[in-house]
Design a binder for this molecule. Structure first.
Ligand code: NAD
Length: 484
């Protein structure tokens, strides 16, 4: 099925408000993971394109965009949000076919992108410095200023949401942006840039260079004209990006992976918990940094939880993204190989239940059956490593202390949740869990754009979303005036 008509050429980069072919003239194929067919050719941007994009972004900082007031920036972002809403159907179809995510999940991501623009549009003129009481004869105050040119390296799993939270916050604070989307999925990044352009975002404020990580991504993270990097992706690449940025001594926000647990205590309300226990693991076919891939259950309710989760697993249907089933394909044949490789390391684990690939699903689609595995030992590789596929392990625990040790017993710390009616336990664990977010009797709280998000340990550092992101995308200047 051909792509819908697009108001830009997907094989182009956006530099200083103009779509143009990458300077090297090369392209890369974009594959539809639902059936393995080619969706489009995208630009294979290289370091010369990144140079041009950084120059364009600096030009915007030195020109109209750099002089725009916070109110004007906020209005433009709000207008972008409105245009995103007007284009939700197109954005959802592009994301579903490019990423392989079921259409209604793709639609939810498009609406979240609009919500980021509304939130950061409204916030742009509400971040300010303070005055500080100091010595007699001084007036001291602080100014929140943009970093300047910000680089945004985005993965393929939630392009719209990640662009919304990172580019939205950067623009709200008056930075210019160079966006390097993932080579596996970048149609909505391009469409978003076109929407921003038609909403009146000044030339150069947002530039987009698709391309390979080792080429365009590496060129962006090491570029001396970039003043801040926001990276979302794997731990290994995050470490490389941080090293590259270190040579230019610029701040880096790293949003990396996770092995996020849900802790189910014997007093948990299982009816409430059940949908979250399963959905948080299989959403986007488990390719979610904050996926809950570990379900920790107190021994007295272990069998009951496994039985209830198994029933839900058996009802899961896997198939093409546009059919909008519970689970779509993985992003690529390569990702399928990685996930099946993990499953083959887990043949010693009992399979409690599996979902089903629907009959007639294209044979070249990257489909994997969702697996619910019983894992008595939390040191098992499948209970320690991020699989990034529809696989959850259920681990039994004795008591609160044991649950905490298991929950904190990986190198990650992104999200955790506590299912218990005991208020004192909720408070103790919320403090003791090593995690960037903790949810009590829910998981994810609907993903609110208002809620700061980020990790500890190998899940990364720095915070995106909410007001917190605006502090990260700005630098603080202290002004001390001596006037006697
Ligand atoms: P990845 O790190 O390979 O790719 C992410 C992005 O980095 C892509 O745009 C890629 O082109 C770019 N890149 C690759 N090599 C680069 C280099 N040398 N220099 C600069 N950029 C480079 O990650 P992936 O395999 O595509 O994504 C899966 C991983 O990302 C998982 O581990 C997942 O947990 C993590 N992730 C985390 C979050 C979060 O918010 N914490 C969100 C999505 C994905």
């Amino acid at each position: 099925m051909p792509l819908p008509d697009l108001p830009f050429n997907p094989a182009h980069c956006l530099i200083y408000g103009a779509w143009r072919a990458p300077l090297g003239g090369q392209t890369l194929p974009l594959v539809d993971p639902s059936d393995g067919s080619e969706l489009a050719q995208i630009a294979r941007g290289q370091s010369a394109d990144i140079d041009a994009a950084v120059t364009a972004a600096q030009g915007a900082m030195d020109g109209t965009w750099g002089k725009a007031t916070a109110l004007e920036r906020g209005r433009i972002l709000t207008r972008i949000g409105q245009l995103v809403l007007e284009n939700v159907d197109l954005l959802a179809e592009l994301e579903a076919r490019d990423v392989g995510k079921p259409l209604s999940q793709a639609r939810a991501d498009a609406i979240a992108l609009a919500r980021y623009m509304e939130f950061y549009g409204g916030a742009a003129d509400k971040v300010h410095g303070e005055s500080i009481p100091y010595l007699e004869g001084y007036t001291v105050y602080t100014l929140r200023e943009p970093h300047g040119v910000t680089g945004h390296i985005v993965p393929w799993n939630y392009p719209m949401q990640i662009i919304g939270r990172s580019v939205g916050a950067a623009l709200a604070m008056g930075n210019a942006a160079v966006l390097k989307p993932a080579e596996e999925a970048c149609l909505t990044a391009l469409m978003f840039a076109e929407i921003a352009r038609s909403a009146g975002l000044p030339d150069g404020a947002l530039n987009v260079v698709p391309g390979l990580g080792a080429e365009a991504g590496a060129a962006l993270s090491s570029h001396p004209g970039v003043h801040h990097i926001s990276f979302t992706g794997s731990v290994a690449t995050g470490a490389l990006v941080q090293q590259a940025a270190g040579t230019n001594v610029i701040p880096v926000t790293l949003e990396l992976g996770g092995k996020s647990p849900q802790l189910v205590f014997e007093d948990a309300n299982l009816d409430e918990a059940l949908p979250f226990l399963v959905n948080a693991g299989i959403q986007n076919a488990g390719q979610t940094c904050s996926a809950s891939s570990r379900i920790l259950v107190q021994q007295s309710r272990y069998d009951e939880v496994v039985a209830a989760m198994s029933e839900r697993y058996r009802a899961l249907k896997v198939g093409p993204a546009m059919d909008d089933l519970s689970v779509g394909p993985l992003i690529s044949a390569r990702q399928k190989e990685i996930v099946t490789g993990y499953l083959s390391q887990g043949t010693d684990l009992q399979i409690a239940a599996k979902g089903k690939i629907v009959e007639g699903a294209p044979k070249d689609g990257a489909y994997v059956e969702p697996h619910l595995l019983l894992c008595p030992d939390h040191a098992h590789p499948l209970a320690q490593q991020e699989i990034f596929g529809p696989v959850q392990v259920v681990i039994p625990f004795r008591d609160e202390e044991h649950a905490l040790a298991i929950a904190n017993g990986t190198e990650y710390g992104l999200v955790a949740s506590i299912w218990s009616e005991n208020g004192a336990r909720q408070m103790r664990l919320a403090r003791a869990l090593k995690s960037g977010q903790v949810f009590i009797n829910n998981y994810g709280a609907g993903g609110g754009v208002e809620l700061p998000f980020g990790g500890v340990g190998k899940s990364g550092h720095g915070r995106e979303k909410g007001f917190e992101a605006l502090y990260g995308f700005s630098t603080l200047k202290t002004v001390a005036a001596k006037h006697g």
